[in-house]
Design a protein around this ligand. Structure first.
Ligand SMILES: *Cc1c(COP(=O)(O)O)cnc(C)c1O
Length: 449
């Protein structure tokens, strides 16, 4: 890892997240190799799972990825702006989002060319309205609920959507000459431009893909196949793209199913080098964690036996010992649950977090002053709070201490933590990206979406 040592300037956040864009690209390559001939659609919602979309998306784009997905419309618009500045890529970058209020005014999406996942007849109506209001065709992916029970069209909702699409197709002006399939590119274009809405994709989402071999996944695949067959037959030709993009797999499905279903894979967590499986590590999957969260030792003091640590004095020293104060707390997104459970690493050695984690700081018990474990730690030492399991505790270890999943650990690293790009690509990349994230203008860093 070409790790640029973080600056010690006081203007930089005390807790920082190094984002290894070289590892990101290796992870993307590993996933792409596994899913071929399906293609990668990179999921960069929730600020790229806490890794900073401003660092992640341009790096993926520079590596040739053109399909992106986020959850919400504001995320999609911000991503469109971010990637729209890349002249080479902007022509063929596609951005999909699927979570919005069904009655919302979607014209901003239409104008930005953002594709919408449709999960309700009401949402379809809003997408049609946006296409009609702008005179621009709104591209949509029909999102089918095949068993997750979350978003996605139920069977009854799918009937309503199909009826509406038939009605819309009937009311659309026919192309002047030929049909969409006539093979004449200009006629096809004219016909397409006349429609307010076009179906460019079909999607569904798995409930249990992180449990390889789970029968629920097989059930969902069968249900999707059946619906796919119906849509192939019943989607009005004038309102469907010739090359429907079909996405089912998330990271766990992409990394476990054989064959991988669909034309594209909506992969998030795997890109960030984090395993979606409980019993398979990132290393076993050929993935490398992209984020390393580090901090600094700010104070060291010797305390007598019986001394308390932090709010509530939930920890008492059993003997004379040495405490280290480390910047980092729940205000940085480090869950309070890890107090008296978790560890961090200094110079490759693990130390326990004692007492409660506070908003901004935590206490380590380094051991008796005369022991090497304590003697070798100095004020200013780097502390690895989240590493890859060898450099420091992994996101999986944090998840176990905090009774959650690794997804939540990285996604919740807060906006107070500066994200700093490291890795070959970052070194060669445009200076404004890493500079903007280095803490010079904190409001311009990773907080805005
Ligand atoms: C978040 C999300 C994904 C990505 O899932 P990962 O497990 O992170 O790969 C894919 N599809 C949908 C609908 C999602 O909400």
């Amino acid at each position: 890892m070409a790790a640029a040592p973080p600056s010690t300037a006081a203007t930089r956040s005390l807790v920082t997240a190094r984002i290894d864009t070289a590892a990101l690209i290796r992870n993307a390559d590993t996933i792409a190799a596994r899913i071929a001939p399906a293609q990668l659609m990179a999921v960069v919602k929730a600020d790229a799972y806490g890794h900073s979309t401003r660092l992640i998306a341009p790096a993926l784009c520079a590596a040739g990825i053109r399909d992106f997905a986020v959850a919400t419309v504001p995320e999609a618009l911000a991503l469109s702006q971010l990637l729209g500045t890349d002249a080479e890529a902007s022509a063929d970058v596609r951005i999909l989002c699927w979570l919005f209020e069904p009655a919302a005014d979607l014209t901003a999406c239409t104008r930005a060319g953002i594709e919408l996942g449709i999960s309700t007849p009401e949402g379809l109506e809003s997408a049609i309205a946006a296409g009609q209001a702008t005179g621009i065709t709104q591209n949509v992916h029909l999102k089918l609920d095949t068993g997750l029970g979350r978003n996605g069209l139920s069977l009854a909702q799918l009937e309503a959507v199909l009826n509406r699409l038939r009605q819309l197709a009937d009311s659309c002006p026919r192309p002047v000459s030929g049909t969409v399939d006539a093979g004449d590119g200009r006629d096809a274009e004219a016909a397409v431009a006349a429609v307010p809405l076009r179906v460019t994709g079909l999607m569904t989402h798995f409930a249990n893909a992180d449990v390889p071999g789970d029968p629920a996944t097989v059930d969902q695949l069968h249900r999707f196949d059946t619906l796919y067959g119906r849509l192939e037959a019943e989607l009005p030709g004038a309102l469907r793209a010739a090359d429907l993009r079909v996405t089912l797999a998330n990271s766990p499905a992409a990394l476990s199913l054989d064959p991988v279903p669909g034309t594209h894979v909506r992969a998030g967590i795997g890109l960030y080098g984090i395993s979606p499986f409980e019993h398979r590590t990132a290393a076993q999957l050929g993935l490398t964690p992209v984020m390393t969260v580090t901090s600094k030792v700010l104070n060291i003091k010797d305390v007598p036996a019986g001394h308390g640590a932090s709010y509530g004095l939930t920890y008492r020293t059993a003997r004379d010992t040495r405490f280290a104060l480390v910047a980092g707390g729940y205000g940085d997104g480090l869950p309070r649950l890890a107090g008296n459970r978790g560890e961090v690493s200094i110079r490759g050695r693990r130390y326990p977090i004692v007492g409660r984690i506070a908003m901004d700081q935590m206490i380590l018990d380094l051991g008796p002053a005369e022991a090497a474990t304590a003697a070798e730690v100095a004020i200013g030492d780097e502390v690895v709070i989240i590493g890859d399991g060898t450099t420091g505790p992994s996101a999986e270890e944090w998840a176990a201490w905090c009774e959650t999943i690794n997804y939540e650990i990285v996604t919740c690293i807060s906006s107070r933590v500066d994200r700093i790009a490291v890795g070959d690509r970052a070194a060669a990349g445009p200076p404004d990206i890493s500079a903007a994230t280095a803490g010079a203008e904190p409001e311009a860093v990773a907080h805005e979406h």
